[in-house]
Each structure stands twice: as structure tokens, then as C-alpha cells.
Design a protein around this ligand. Structure first.
Ligand SMILES: CC(C)(COP(=O)(O)OP(=O)(O)OC[C@H]1O[C@@H](n2cnc3c(N)ncnc32)[C@H](O)[C@@H]1OP(=O)(O)O)[C@@H](O)C(=O)NCCC(=O)NCCS
Length: 231
């Protein structure tokens, strides 16, 4: 078995972890990982060679994405802020043979996650997040500080909920949707895939996919510019 190599190196018995993309979110994720104390942080990997060998917040940038395949005993979490970039990386890593079991789920210890909730692989929940009851998060969902998700909310893969987002009950957030800081969503409302809610949007009705809505009450602003190709 090759798995214990990194554990021998770190000597702690904690799971080694690589953060993919040396982004602001990755630095925040590193802090959540340190606070939770369940993983041993190996460092970041990043596509930008200028960052290789540098240190960020005391952690090394180990190299490019190939480090993930060179270190099969390490767990991985995808840290770009935009869901679309997380999706691209997940597809590249899947092509390189990286399986779902490699993805860690990072939960800051101050988050309150109901036992009836389900978190997909690669989710990141920062400080103060609350999932009240039967909340389901898909793969690689990011939930930023103090967001509150209530009963029966379903958030699809690659979605991003910024700080202090608040979802009433039975809200559905589609794949890759981006909910800006402080956005509020009324009960039972659906936010379509790859749509964006602006900061503070008070969202009272369903938002179709691939659109940007802002304001109170939230209204259509423009089509979403960065939606990935349909697949
Ligand atoms: C919604 C958003 C994506 C729009 O960005 P944009 O397309 O660059 O839009 P602009 O800044 O050019 O603004 C276009 C119009 O929308 C308005 N607008 C933009 N964001 C708004 C918001 N959150 N609420 C209300 N109106 C907003 C602007 O005032 C402007 O109105 P005008 O045409 O009457 O002057 C962006 O403003 C936003 O809210 N992003 C979320 C940021 C966030 O939550 N960051 C947290 C990171 S953790």
C-alpha cells in the first residue's frame, strides 16, 4: 500500500491535503482546514508556473496540476472561486484518473451542519455556515461565511453561495449558480443553472438559467456572460 507515505512524512496520522488553485478562496479554505485540524496541509497547486516554489501564507505552491496525480495518497479540494473553473479542473482531473474518493470535504468547525444534511465530495463550508435540516449539497459546492441554508434546500454541483446568503426552505440552486453576498431567496424558489444573483438580491420568484438578476425585488439585468458550454 502506498497510502501511508505522506502520513509518514507528516508524522501526524492526519490525511494529507492539496488545495488546487492558489486563490483567495484557497487561502480561506486553508484557514478552515487548520481550524478543523483533520488534515495535514501539503500546499497549493496552480497552473501558473510563476507561482511554483513560492510560499503563500506559509504554505508552498508545489507545482502544477500533475502534482495531484504524483501524490495519490493526498486528498484534494478545488479552490477557484468561480464554479465554472472548479468544473473545468474536476473534468481535467477526472481525465487524469483522479477519482471522487480523492476529494475532501472541508467544514470549518464553527459551521453548524444538521446530521440530516448531505454534502457532496469537494464541498467547502467556511466559518459560521448553518445548514438547518435536510439540506443537500452536490459536488464542489462552496458556501462562504455565515450563509444560512434551511430545510430541504438543494444546491447542485459547482454552485457558489457568498457570505451571508440566506435561503428559505425548499429552495433549489442549479448547477454552477453564483449567489452574491447577502442575497436572499424566498421559500420554494429555483435559481437556474449558471445564473448569478447580485449582492443583496431579494429573490421572490424563479430565476431561469444563465441570467444575472439584481435588486429588491430581484429583476433580470443581463444574460450570464460566462456560462460554460452545455453538455
Ligand atoms: C450583479 C453583478 C454580477 C453585476 O456585475 P456587472 O455586470 O459588472 O454590473 P455593473 O457593475 O456594470 O452594473 C450594471 C447595473 O446593475 C446595477 N447593479 C450591479 N450590481 C447590483 C446589485 N448587487 N444590486 C443592485 N444593482 C446592481 C448597477 O448599479 C448598474 O446599474 P445602472 O446600469 O442603472 O447604472 C455584481 O454587481 C455583483 O453583485 N456581484 C456579486 C459580488 C459578490 O457578492 N462578491 C462577494 C464575493 S465573496
Amino acid at each position: 500500500m502506498s497510502r501511508p507515505v505522506d502520513q509518514q512524512v507528516n508524522g501526524t496520522g492526519r490525511e494529507p491535503l492539496i488545495l488546487v488553485a492558489a486563490s483567495g478562496l484557497a487561502r480561506e479554505t486553508a484557514e478552515a482546514v487548520r481550524a478543523a485540524g483533520r488534515h495535514h496541509l501539503l500546499g497549493f497547486v496552480d497552473d501558473n508556473p510563476e507561482r511554483w516554489g513560492t510560499d503563500i501564507d506559509g504554505l508552498p505552491v508545489l507545482g502544477g496540476l500533475e502534482v495531484v496525480t504524483r501524490r495519490p495518497s493526498a486528498q484534494v479540494v478545488l479552490c477557484p472561486g468561480p464554479g465554472q473553473a472548479r468544473r473545468r479542473l474536476a473534468l481535467r482531473l477526472a481525465e487524469a484518473g483522479v477519482t471522487e474518493e480523492r476529494y475532501a470535504t472541508v467544514v470549518h468547525p464553527s459551521a453548524s451542519v444538521a446530521g440530516s444534511s448531505e454534502l457532496g465530495p469537494g464541498c467547502i463550508l467556511l466559518a459560521g455556515v448553518v445548514l438547518t435540516a435536510c439540506v443537500r449539497l452536490g459536488r464542489h459546492v462552496v458556501v462562504m461565511p455565515n450563509a444560512v441554508l434551511t430545510h430541504d434546500d438543494v444546491v447542485d454541483q459547482y454552485a457558489t453561495l457568498c457570505a451571508s446568503v440566506s435561503l428559505a426552505g425548499a429552495v433549489r440552486v442549479g448547477e454552477g449558480a453564483y449567489l452574491g453576498a447577502g442575497a436572499l431567496v424566498r421559500e420554494g424558489v429555483t435559481i437556474g443553472p449558471w445564473s448569478t444573483l447580485g449582492m443583496g438580491a431579494v429573490t421572490l420568484r424563479d430565476v431561469p438559467g444563465h441570467q444575472v438578476w439584481v435588486g429588491s425585488p430581484a429583476r433580470f439585468l443581463r444574460p450570464a456572460a460566462l456560462a460554460p458550454a452545455h453538455h
